[in-house]
Every structure is written in C-alpha cells, then in structure tokens.
Ligand binder design. Structure first.
Ligand code: SF4
Length: 158
C-alpha cells in the first residue's frame, strides 16, 4: 500500500490561497512522484467554509496552539474574528488525514492554518504554528514545512 502524506493544497498547484493563487512548487510534486508517495491535498481554510479569494487573516494574539486553547485570536483584514472557521477547518483536515491513513503532513510555512514553525502576528513573522498544524501535532502527526523534505523522508523511513 503506498504511503499517503497530507499536503497543503496550494503547494501542489491548487488555487486555494486567500488571494486566489497557489504556491505550486515543482520540487514537491517531483518529490512525491520519485518516492512513490501519494499526496493528499487539503486546504483547511476552504474546509472551514471560507471563500476563495477571501480576506487575509493573521494572528492578533498567540498562535494556532493558543487559538485551540481558547487564548489566541485570529482577525481578518475586514476586522472579523476568524477563530471558529479556522478551528472547523482544522477538524475537517484532521478527519481527512485519519480517513486516508496519513501519519505525516507537509504544510505551507507562515500560513495561519498551515504554518509549521512561524506565523504572522499582525505584520511580524514570529515563532509559532497555524491552527491546523497545532491540532495535527496534538493528535500525534509529524508536520513539516516545504523546506523540510529531507526531514520528512527521514521520518517516513523510521
Ligand atoms: S490554508 Fe493552507 S492549504 Fe489553504 S491556502 Fe492557506 S496555506 Fe494553502
């Protein structure tokens, strides 16, 4: 049975970003193909019921972990509190990961949903993770960003 890996949809060419664009990275598709891995594309923000394009969102307090703990905040460009939609999206992403047998994820750095090591706190890039990354980690998934392909391979080989 080929190994499945959850991946941010925008990294594999799906136009799911807030601005309606993608961040297609040919290295990533080549990586999956050359190693016989099956990518499972997800966009937590679309799963959370948000439209594409949509207003940009960033943390105004804490990060994804804090939002899950009820002590962080996400605000959209038009001033709307977004915690509910982002948590919904994270839960739906978790369901997808579980039903497709993923144990690892390759997610887009700095996104308020998918960020792995850094996110935006208002205009600043700070250490922290997105809401989906926080939930996946809590449930035991190993999460890597798009620059950590070698680390992902090491993890899959263990
Ligand atoms: S939520 Fe994740 S998958 Fe969706 S556009 Fe943002 S970074 Fe890409």
């Amino acid at each position: 049975m080929p190994e499945t890996v959850l991946v941010s949809a925008c990294l594999v060419g799906l136009c799911s970003r807030y601005d309606g664009q993608c961040r297609a990275d040919s290295r990533i598709l080549d990586f999956f193909t050359s190693r016989g891995l099956v990518p499972i594309p997800v966009c937590p923000e679309q799963y959370g019921g948000l439209s594409t394009p949509r207003p940009r969102t960033w943390f105004t307090l804490g990060d994804g972990r804090k939002v899950l703990d009820g002590c962080g905040d996400l605000l959209s460009d038009n001033g709307e509190k977004m915690n509910g939609a982002f948590i919904r999206g994270a839960l739906e992403t978790l369901k997808t990961a579980q039903m497709t047998g993923c144990k690892t994820a390759l997610l887009k750095e700095r996104s308020p949903s998918c960020g792995v090591h850094h996110v935006y706190l208002e205009e600043r890039i700070v250490p922290g993770c997105g809401v989906t990354t926080a939930l996946l980690r809590e449930k035991g998934f190993k999460v890597f960003n798009e620059e950590e392909l070698e680390k992902l391979i090491e993890c899959l080989n263990k």
